[in-house]
Design a protein around this ligand. Structure first.
Ligand SMILES: Cc1cc2nc3c(=O)[nH]c(=O)nc-3n(C[C@H](O)[C@H](O)[C@H](O)COP(=O)(O)O)c2cc1C
Length: 335
């Protein structure tokens, strides 16, 4: 078996072909740092408004303020105006984006009603215009993240992906669901295989990959060049590194044990503390801790206490006590 690598338009050569998906409200700088510390290579920002970037919105700009410190990093932007998208892409490139990804899959009403996200799959000419404009204006690779189509009656991902390739896209990620499905049903990996056959740029398969076994089956069925993992990383930022190692024949398995998980969580908490102001940091830390401990013994009581913590020091103390009790009981976790 060959070592997995991913070459994006000859300009970006990755040693690992397992990517961290963009997840709004989750894959912020502290989370990306943590995933990278655990072995992820290419990570993506959450989707970022092209209008927010171009009109210099303070909160939006803070989302891209760290790019130079985290390489390689893909910045995902959304919008429906080709000029604004191109201008936003230039800003991201200047700030250090390794690649620009264009969101063509977001199903949310407030996004699609502006013609952005998955709505672009209903207007391939506009989508092609956006990719063309952006690719002409930046020197880093431009990639697209799409769904299978708008609904089961209008599955157009193979021809759509080809049009994006023709417009200058260097890679296509396909979430194997339609917009109408949102997150329901199962991701259709066979449909992703049809996209792979339609283009000659790399295709990354996405949807319902929760383990190395899923990853291997998905790569086998889709023949994709890589995979992207989203929800499985919530509370498990190590999953990208773990899957990368497990599908690489030369590597050992390395699922972190309780002690290692605590170390990862403390790293993540420090990163949150450094990046956000106190009040915001506490809210974000609570959310991640609830995911980190999901399914662990006595985690419901832990979560009750978690949401009553008043500051990060208190939250950190509570977390350490919880994990130390786990260690004393020699409890271990398997996934
Ligand atoms: C909470 C959440 C936020 C998401 N945010 C984004 C986003 O900002 N951009 C994007 O392209 N997809 C986003 N997605 C979709 C994921 O990137 C991914 O395509 C989807 O979850 C399927 O992959 P999975 O089964 O590995 O989770 C989001 C999904 C979730 C659950």
């Amino acid at each position: 078996m060959q070592k997995p690598t991913l070459v994006i338009s000859g300009r970006l050569v990755l040693k690992k072909n397992v990517l961290l998906a963009p997840l709004a409200g989750i894959t912020d700088f502290p989370f990306r740092r943590t995933a990278r510390m655990c072995g992820a290579e290419l990570v993506f920002t959450e989707m970022i408004s092209s209008n927010g970037l171009v009109f210099r919105n303070k909160k939006t700009l803070s989302m891209v303020s760290t790019l130079k410190d985290e390489q390689p990093v893909g910045v995902q932007i959304f919008g429906s105006n080709p000029e604004i998208m191109a201008e936003a892409a230039i800003i991201c490139q200047e700030l250090g984006a390794t690649l620009i990804d264009i969101n063509m899959g977001c199903p949310q009403k407030k996004i699609v009603k502006t013609g952005a996200g998955a709505a672009l799959m209903l207007d391939p000419a506009l989508a092609q215009g956006i990719v063309g404009q952006v690719a002409r204006k930046v020197s880093v690779p431009v990639t697209c993240k799409i769904r299978l189509g708008w609904d089961s009656q209008s599955i157009n991902s193979p021809s759509f992906a080809k049009r994006m390739e023709d417009a200058g896209a260097s890679m296509i990620t396909v979430h194997g669901r339609t917009r109408s499905q949102m997150f329901a049903g199962k991701a259709d990996w066979e449909a992703i295989a049809r996209v792979k056959k339609a283009v000659s740029i790399p295709v990354v398969a996405n949807g319902d990959i929760f383990s190395a076994e899923d990853a291997k089956r998905c790569l086998h069925i889709t023949k994709a060049d890589g995979i992207m993992v989203g929800r499985a990383a919530m509370g498990r930022p190590w999953i990208i590194g773990v899957i990368s190692d497990q599908i690489d024949p030369g590597k050992e398995q390395n699922i972190p044990n309780v002690r290692e998980r605590l170390r990862i969580i403390l790293f993540h908490l420090d990163a949150i503390r450094e990046f956000y102001e106190q009040g915001v940091a506490l809210k974000i830390a609570r959310k991640h801790l609830a995911w980190y401990t999901k399914g662990m013994r006595n985690s419901a009581a832990f979560r009750d206490a978690l949401f009553r913590t008043k500051n990060l020091d208190e939250l950190e103390g509570l977390t350490c006590s919880f994990f130390k009790r786990m260690l004393q009981k020699r409890a271990d976790i398997s996934s």
